[in-house]
Design a protein around this ligand. Sequence first.
Ligand code: NAD
Ligand code: ZN
Length: 345
Amino acid sequence: MRAVVFEKFHTFPSLTEVEKPVPGAGEVLLKVAGSGACHSDVAIYNEFDEGAPGAQNPPFVLGHEVSGWVEEVGPGVEGFAQGEAHLVYGPIGCGHCKACSRGQDTYCENAATMPYLATGIGRDGGMAEYVVVPARNLVPLGDADPVDAAPLSDAALTPYHAIKNSLPNLSGGGRFALVIGLGGLGQIAVQILTALTGATVIATDMKEDAMRRAEANGAITVAGGEGQVERIREITGGRGVDAAFDFVGATPTIKTAQASMAQMGRLTVVGIAGGVTEWSFFATPYESTITNTYWGTIEELHEVVAMYRKGQIRPDVERYSLDEALEAYRKLESGQLSGRAVVVP
Ligand code: NAD
Ligand code: ZN
């Protein structure tokens, strides 16, 4: 079968022929319906050095945002019918530590001794005609469109987790949220904030079309550049925002978010652009928090699917064939995508 393979650090992936995988004990073979191209893939093949924290050794098939139809089950797997549509929960922990037992494989306490982090991150992923995943990582989609659902696995689950952790900051009237970076994750973050909170959502991106789409999703937009923080503060009546989500994570975006915070606000950095920040007592709004998050739990993915089925999450999908998958990655790298590229093999 054909697959997009990460072959070497700091090297663009290739579209190549690999063996069709066979499901082992406890695993399921899926015929891939859709596989989203995430900016983290670019970090995997372009930015990580061998041995760096988070780096996974090649070769493996990319694609950690995957949906598909059950094709075959491995030994010991029961309760799945051929042709059923499922979404893949990507993270794979040891399955028995405290974190894994609450469905949070992302924070597996035995991650250091696991051979891979996730489907498509260290282990073969879904940028291919078929993928094998552990049966316990499947979330049923019912009759919902599985292709448009693919981005839910990461582009929706990651902001959902970050937003859920910030809900105490956003509950009550007159609250403000800030979303920086309106690509795959950021657009869905605006939809989730609109659906789950009554907060006013302020959003920003360098791209005009991304800001127009965020407005259509319910946000007020503020352009970057000189005076941006002052404009954000003005919208909040001078108080600042109660929760901010940075889907870029570069030094200037973290700085903008920090400068926009209200007292007791919470800033979550989700983007992994390698930004660094300074902290000092009097420059920090009292009791404001800065934190990060990584992906989400399988229970939250069930909740995300429920929001998708209700029309509260509507991934903005650009479909690509497997032959065009590398073009999708080139566009993602150069910022030419609007919406999420989903490869439909
Ligand atoms: P994307 O390329 O689809 O979107 C990024 C958006 O940010 C684009 O619209 C771009 O124009 C905008 N942007 C870039 N620099 C900016 C700046 N200085 N100011 C304002 N806007 C700017 O990327 P994505 O797939 O949505 O991923 C977003 C980030 O989140 C990436 O860094 C990715 O690696 C990371 N990520 C983190 C997790 C996690 O668990 N923490 C999970 C998935 C993705
Ligand atoms: Zn574990």
